[in-house]
Design a binder for this molecule. Structure first.
Ligand SMILES: [Zn+2]
Length: 426
């Protein structure tokens, strides 16, 4: 089966390419990037004139809620949301019920993902049994079962000695360790960023220091152990600076942020809007600006959405009682394209942070349209206007702070392994 994506602007950071090319696909793989008009003898053609054709987006931090909380999301609905948002692959965090701390859960997730047949799913296994921060899981076994990283996301590892052992074991088996950097004693009881807005609203705050002390601890331990450490959802200016220094010191440290941290500030909470409640919390304007600068100067490697669907049961309650988290898979691309329009990053860099970097950090196939690689492709209409409506989401989660927001730019087609799994062009 041969397929030609014709007439598009191919943006592939892996090859340093931003130019008109036709993408030839054969048997689910990229067969070649051809000069425009050179392809012949194809059995099928996708017209992409006026559109961007790029390696499929990879969201390295999502919560798919299955097994255990299928009323919030399933692997089928979560991956439907992914491909609708232009993502051809997602890495799912282990805080399911039961926790993904053993190979039977990892294998179950992969089996459900195969059955859904949409985006690729890469399971992230727990660092510690039950994510309780005590006994280490069997990383070698989890790696063999298909885990691509370890993390106790949502439940930070409080004990630094345990974290050291986690990093030593992860290094030994060759898995990256993803830290949810939070000092639980500093954040305890908080529900939004600590500052003037939290004082004014009368809400208990989570200081930036709760994140920054944990980021500092973990990058220091990465230096000690030589492990590959990835810092999840960076939200503060101080964390950006700590990661910057760790990289300058030559540590194997990478970091991601999420679209809400470079788009919104703590002001979004005003009115006790639970759809703006997440952990880490939305911060101050200077933090948002530092995160933009960190994406531009490569201190921050990737944008992940931290897609965290909840039902109205968890969100339509008092602010301090509401669950942390927002959905992100169907808004992440458009919010990142805003950075391009605002001149923070160019399009090549935007594709890098949404695709190439996550693939590199997790050691995944894809992230580039190099011949021989999987034909995971996102076709983007940069100018397509649309309005965020939670009720239109493929995700079961409706918890977005961007409801009603006018967006520009959308994935109009998503191909996984050469197969069209999302199509707005028909
Ligand atoms: Zn987290």
């Amino acid at each position: 089966m041969r397929l030609l994506i014709r007439g598009g602007r191919v943006v592939d950071p892996g090859q340093g390419l931003d130019a008109p090319r036709d993408v030839l696909i054969e048997d689910g793989r990229v067969a070649g990037l051809l000069d425009p008009g050179r392809g012949a003898g194809e059995t099928a053609v996708i017209e992409a004139a006026g559109r961007v054709v790029c390696p499929g987006l990879i969201d390295m931090h999502v919560h798919l809620r299955e097994p255990g909380q299928e009323y919030k999301e399933t692997i089928a609905t979560g991956t439907a949301a992914a491909v609708a948002g232009g993502y051809t692959a997602v890495a799912c965090m282990p805080n399911t019920i039961p926790v993904n701390d053993n190979r039977s859960v990892t294998e179950y997730i992969l089996q459900q993902a195969r059955a859904a047949g949409l985006a690729r799913v890469w399971p992230v296994a727990a660092m510690t049994v039950g994510s309780e921060g005590r006994a280490l899981c069997e990383y070698a076994d989890l790696l063999e079962a298909g885990a691509v990283a370890v993390s106790d996301d949502g439940r930070p590892v409080a004990d630094p000695q345990i974290m050291r052992r986690v990093l030593e074991y992860a290094r030994m088996v060759g898995l990256p360790a993803i830290t949810h950097a939070e000092d639980p004693s500093l954040s305890a009881g908080g529900c939004m960023n600590e500052g003037r807005t939290s004082t004014w609203l009368g809400l208990a705050g989570i200081p930036a220091a709760a994140e920054e002390t944990a980021v500092f601890r973990d990058v220091t331990l990465a230096g000690l152990t030589g492990a590959a450490l990835h810092v999840a959802h960076v939200s503060t200016a101080g964390s950006v600076e700590i990661v910057r220094r760790a990289k300058a010191a030559g540590y194997r440290v990478t970091a991601e942020t999420a679209p809400h941290y470079f788009t919104l500030t703590e002001e979004a909470v005003v009115g006790y809007r639970t759809e703006a409640k997440m952990n880490p919390p939305l911060r101050a304007a200077r933090d948002r600006d530092a995160i933009r600068a960190g994406l531009a100067d490569r201190t921050l490697d990737a944008v992940a959405t931290d897609h965290a669907p909840h039902s109205i049961l968890e969100k339509d309650v008092e602010f301090d009682r509401a669950a942390f988290g927002i959905v992100g898979l169907e808004t992440g691309l458009a919010l990142t394209l805003d950075l391009v329009r605002e001149g923070v990053v160019d399009l090549l860099r935007a594709v890098e942070i949404l695709s190439t970097a996550p693939a590199r950090i997790l050691g995944l196939p894809g992230g580039s349209l190099t011949p021989g690689g999987p034909a995971d492709v996102t076709i983007i209409d940069l100018d397509r206007p649309w309005v965020v409506k939670g009720e239109d989401f493929k995700s079961l989660g409706r918890n977005t702070p961007f409801e009603g927001r006018a967006m520009t730019g959308r994935a109009v087609m998503t191909l996984v392994g050469g197969r069209v799994v999302h199509n707005l062009t028909a």
